[in-house]
Write a protein that binds this ligand. Structure first.
Ligand code: S0N
Length: 285
């Protein structure tokens, strides 16, 4: 693995938020619990994704989980790691995951929406277990690159939870209805290779090469037109997200329209108390 200096963007308690050459890396940092998320983790994830949207220098985001400690004499591949094992069972209560004020929350849903709506590519860098709500998190990312040791699966019906939103319907769009039902009804675990064959994973690499591979994909996408990528992401979402998806795509069209003289003319004419002259602009067939 190439040695690269990730620089901290902001300090959090349960995640790491770093950047390197235009790439942000968000790491769920609870390896003791296989990177299960609490309401604090999801709040911090939301804040980091919001900042990724604002920071113009950030072009691609990687989402991953902190690696477990590797004892002396062992290699990365000898040890179990996790991307994310879903909601933290220690704080699962009535109505959701209980935050420090005693309020039940399902705030990972907000994080899922933020990832989908972020106008920049998000790569899930899956370095181990992607289970339960952790599996949904990788699904909603634009791309998934996994290490050979990664394991994918759902546990909901075994442990008293379910995600019938993106975790089911978007899963079915990717792997098909029969397979999606198998994944949820049977609660089996699948290897990275099987996940790749199902179309849930873009590429599988040895764990030592995982970050290099993700950075290389990010760097390739950074050579592409950001607005082209943004519009493609919005279009792919719109096909599935109904009016909410059209709103997102239409919003991007409005942004582009505001760059035109034709749009500026309307506002200028209003302020100058005259009739707008839209005839001066080309009417392309
Ligand atoms: C990941 C698994 C398979 C790893 O197994 P392994 O390697 O044998 O490790 P363990 O010994 O099991 O784990 C090591 C330590 O980590 C703790 N731990 C693991 N996962 C969790 C977790 N999710 N919560 C809390 N602790 C966890 C272990 O307990 C162990 O600790 P110690 O050493 O003290 O024993 C395996 O760990 C596993 O199967 N984990 C559970 C996976 C799971 O079922 N996750 C929850 C699934 N449900 C959700 O994610 C809920 C989603 C949800 O609620 C939702 C639905 C719709 C809309 C919104 C939401 C929402 O979440 O907000």
């Amino acid at each position: 693995m190439a040695k690269r200096e990730w620089k901290e963007i902001r300090k959090f308690e349960e995640i790491l938020f770093e950047e390197y050459n235009g790439i942000a890396k968000i790491t769920i940092n609870r390896p003791r619990y296989r990177n299960a998320f609490t309401p604090k983790t999801t709040l911090e994830l939301s804040q980091a994704f919001a900042q990724c949207r604002e920071l113009q220098r950030i072009r691609v985001v990687l989402l991953t989980g902190a690696m477990s400690e590797v004892p002396e004499g062992k290699t990365l591949g000898d040890v179990k790691h996790a991307f994310c094992s879903g909601g933290d069972m220690h704080v699962k209560g009535r109505g959701g995951y209980i935050d420090d004020e005693g309020v039940p929350r399902l705030s990972v849903l907000d994080v899922q929406m933020q990832i989908r709506r972020l106008p920049k590519p998000v790569i899930a860098m899956v370095n181990g277990y992607a289970i339960g709500g952790g599996h949904v998190l990788h699904l909603v990312c634009d791309l998934t690159i996994a290490s050979e040791n990664a394991i994918f699966g759902q546990t909901g019906p075994k442990v008293g939870s379910f995600d019938a939103g993106f975790g089911s319907s978007y899963l079915a769009r990717i792997v098909g209805q029969k397979k999606a039902r198998e994944i949820w009804f049977m609660c089996r675990q699948y290897s990275a290779k099987e996940a790749e064959e199902m179309g849930m994973v873009n590429k599988v690499v040895p764990i030592e090469q995982l970050e290099d591979e993700c950075v290389s994909w990010a760097e390739t996408m950074m050579e592409r037109s950001p607005i082209a990528l943004r519009m493609i992401k919005a279009g792919l979402n719109a096909e599935l997200d109904g009016q909410a998806g059209i709103q997102q795509l239409a919003g991007d069209c409005t942004m582009l329209y505001y760059f035109l003289d034709e749009a500026q003319e309307g506002g200028k004419a209003f302020l100058e108390k005259r009739k707008p002259n839209f005839d001066q602009y080309p009417q392309i067939p």
